[in-house]
Design a protein around this ligand. Structure first.
Ligand code: SAH
Length: 350
């Protein structure tokens, strides 16, 4: 593996700096993870050392484009990975009281959910810890230009985080321990990889778990989220219960509302039943389906989304409608395709 700037741990950086005075490590480390500076700009370091670090430890993300929504609240970065040149995306979202970075964990995705642009494009490779951490640092560098601090991280970009759990977890430790973002402000979103959730349950930090449910009966979920064929709902729910018991953190379910497919009263009743199997009951995030090139169905109407929400609430389940961000720059949920032309492969080739 080539070493990039944000891959090495603090101890590994210490050995790279061997022979330098001890305080150089602190200067470099805080330059990287507190000030979000490029080594060339860490002026507390002597020029020769800055040059050496820039050469030996290059950044791993080459910026291709940076698109900003009209209201300026959403910024999408398209990067090429230095290693292998694969495109990936990161989204930075400013809210009144916080700034959130949505990070990718894989170049592409192998989960093949048909309604998701990343799923439609297929899988290239896992991201390294450094590549994941660097997305946060580079977004934080942009936020700092606007005097904003990143304080919330969602693993909801391209890829399936729990299919790349080890690298993802190491990135969480860096994001938590060095960038200083608390575990309750970190959310891992998964299609429902049961062994991955189990590993996450055994990890020391109580990060938030979001499960992309989208259907609450196996026959429909098998179609929408194909991994359900391997980890069906009963197994998934048991694993969520264990997570909740261990971490004492509420689990949330994501539900992309697809007109006439999963937005009927029947779906709301089935979903409520699943939510109420957890205690406290799972929170539901409703997301009107965003259009993607390779999926013919459309999102539910705003009226239908609201009616679905009301029905869930009347059944005792908390549901919020997620504000869509950055649709016009293709930065919204499920739209991250990294500028790749979308080809739909027959199922057996995925
Ligand atoms: N693979 C992980 C991380 C991706 S998170 C996961 O599936 O959870 C991205 C979220 O957007 C997921 O909940 C995903 O199901 C949802 N999504 C995918 N395509 C979408 C679309 N076209 N419209 C709205 N949401 C979508």
């Amino acid at each position: 593996m080539i070493t990039s700037l944000y891959q090495p741990t603090r101890d590994e950086i210490a050995s790279i700096l061997e022979g330098e005075p001890r305080y150089r490590l602190d200067q470099l480390w805080s330059g990287l993870y507190t000030q979000f500076q490029h080594p060339a700009d860490i002026t507390t370091l002597p020029a020769a050392l800055r040059t050496r670090i820039s050469n030996e430890l290059p950044e791993s993300l080459i910026e291709v484009t940076r698109s900003t929504s009209k209201d300026g609240d959403t910024v999408k970065f398209l990067w090429n990975l230095l290693e292998g040149n694969h495109p990936i995306e990161t989204v930075l979202m400013y809210y009144e009281d916080r700034a959130t970075v949505c990070v990718s964990t894989q170049a592409g995705c192998a989960m093949a959910c048909g309604f998701c642009a990343t799923g439609q494009a297929g899988f290239n490779r896992h991201l390294t810890t450094g590549e994941i951490v660097e997305q946060v640092v580079r977004a934080a560098r942009e936020a700092a230009l606007h005097s904003r601090r990143v304080d919330n991280i969602v693993f909801m970009g391209m890829g399936e985080p729990l299919a790349n759990e080890a690298s993802m977890w190491a990135s969480i430790e860096r994001i938590h321990g060095d960038i200083g973002i608390s575990a309750r402000h970190i959310t891992v979103s998964t299609v429902g990889i049961v062994p991955g959730i189990k590993t996450l349950t055994s990890r020391p930090l109580p990060v938030n778990l979001a499960v992309s449910l989208h259907a609450a009966r196996n026959s429909l979920r098998d179609e929408l989220v194909p991994i359900n064929q391997r980890y069906p709902l009963e197994m998934l729910m048991q694993t969520c219960r264990d997570y909740l018991y261990e971490k004492r953190r509420r689990v949330s379910f994501e539900w992309a509302m697809i007109s006439t497919v999963n937005d009927t009263d029947r779906d709301a009743h089935e979903l409520a039943d699943l939510c109420l199997q957890l205690s406290p009951a799972a929170h539901v995030n409703l997301i009107p389906l965003n259009p993607t090139p390779g999926w013919p169905t459309i999102g539910s109407s705003p009226a239908r989304v609201e009616a679905f929400q009301r029905l869930l609430r009347s059944l005792g389940v908390n549901a919020t409608i997620r504000q869509n961000r950055g649709t016009e720059i293709d930065a919204a949920c499920g739209q991250l395709a990294a500028g790749q032309p979308v080809t739909i492969l027959p199922k057996q080739l995925r």
